[in-house]
Design a binder for this molecule. Structure first.
Ligand code: MG
Ligand code: ZN
Length: 330
């Protein structure tokens, strides 16, 4: 057992809004008519997101920075720019007896969650990334990407291996709801989950709260990463309505997580982004009606700093301007 002072948290929940800059946050605030859950956090800061080899990061280098505390080249997953393997927060937490989890609205093998569990020279090696889930003792993971585990060029069925290792493997949100203890692999879609507005509904909220419920059973404490993956895709598509719906879904989940942290009192909640996407800019709108008019200056990521929000024991160390790698060390 470990001894904690009052300022060090028992649990850490890190929420990543992929592609979520200040304008994406303000779009959610506007669409929610002023009721932004992130605003409940007393500590705010900014995060510099550049990669080792590029002024503008991708999600693989961004996840690696958060997961390992080291800046790497775009496309690499928790491998350094010189090819060295970088230990991830999930691996370190497991070594220290903590429970761990990953939840995403993309394939669970996609770059952001993959950065926490895989070591690969390419974010596109989805089948190899799926295999890396078997090399850890992660307790809960929920997202899409079932085909990367079950429809593979090597003919392995990784779900069968997970079941042999006492994971509950479920394929839909009702399955997620039905599990009340033990390990959980939620492979809810063959590929990526759909958009919030096209059938995903409350998948992120249900999955995030189930992960918290299952991980909170462990007395040792837990580390959980929750990603709103598709805010980024709204930016790539230059689709303001898509972006806003995803940012609102993410903020609603932030609210549920803050509700848990308030009751728990020993949980640090940090909310940030790996980078901004779309060079998104709000040029009009109305907080009374929730209308947002946004334009895009690029179909890719931008270089700008992203916002950070923190709540709970240890939150105060996250104020100011910091590197993405600082988040890991803090
Ligand atoms: Mg992502
Ligand atoms: Zn992107």
């Amino acid at each position: 057992s470990c001894i904690r002072d009052k300022k060090s948290p028992k649990n850490i929940i890190f929420l990543i809004g992929d592609g979520m800059g200040v304008d994406q946050v303000y779009a959610a605030l506007t669409a929610k008519k002023g009721n932004l859950e992130m605003a409940r956090c007393p500590i705010t800061g900014f995060v510099k997101t550049d990669a080792a080899d590029n002024y503008i990061t991708d999600s693989a280098a961004g996840a690696t920075a958060f997961a390992t505390g080291t800046k790497t080249n775009n496309g690499l997953l928790s491998i350094g720019p010189f090819g060295d393997t970088l230990q991830t927060l999930i691996e370190i937490a497991e070594l220290n007896g903590l429970a761990t989890g990953l939840v995403a609205t993309s394939k669970i093998t996609h770059a952001t969650p993959a950065g926490y569990i895989s070591h690969n020279i390419s974010r596109d090696n989805y089948e190899e990334i799926a295999l890396d889930f078997l090399k850890t003792d992660i307790d809960v993971f929920i997202g899409g990407g079932r085909n990367n585990f079950e429809v593979r060029t090597d003919s392995l069925n990784l779900s069968d291996i997970l079941r042999q290792r006492n994971y509950n493997v479920v394929y839909d949100i009702e399955g997620v709801k039905s599990i009340t203890q033990g390990k959980l692999a939620g492979l809810l879609y063959p590929d990526h989950p759909p958009k919030y507005t096209e059938g995903r509904n409350d998948m992120l909220e249900v999955s995030a709260l189930k992960a918290v419920e299952l991980l909170d059973i462990y007395e040792s404490g837990f580390f959980l990463m929750i990603e709103g993956s598709q805010i980024d895709w709204g930016g790539h598509d230059k689709d303001s309505e898509y972006l806003v719906a995803e940012a609102v879904d993410f903020d609603n989940v932030v609210g549920k997580i803050l509700d848990f942290a308030e009751k728990d009192g020993e949980t640090l909640v940090v909310i940030s982004a790996d980078h901004e996407t779309g060079g998104y800019s709000i040029i009009g709108g109305d907080i009374k009606t929730g209308e947002v008019q946004g334009v895009f200056t690029t179909g890719d990521h931008s270089a700008v700093m992203v916002p950070l929000f923190a709540y709970g024991p240890g939150a105060e160390q996250f104020s100011g301007i910091q590197e993405n790698t600082d988040i890991f060390h803090k």
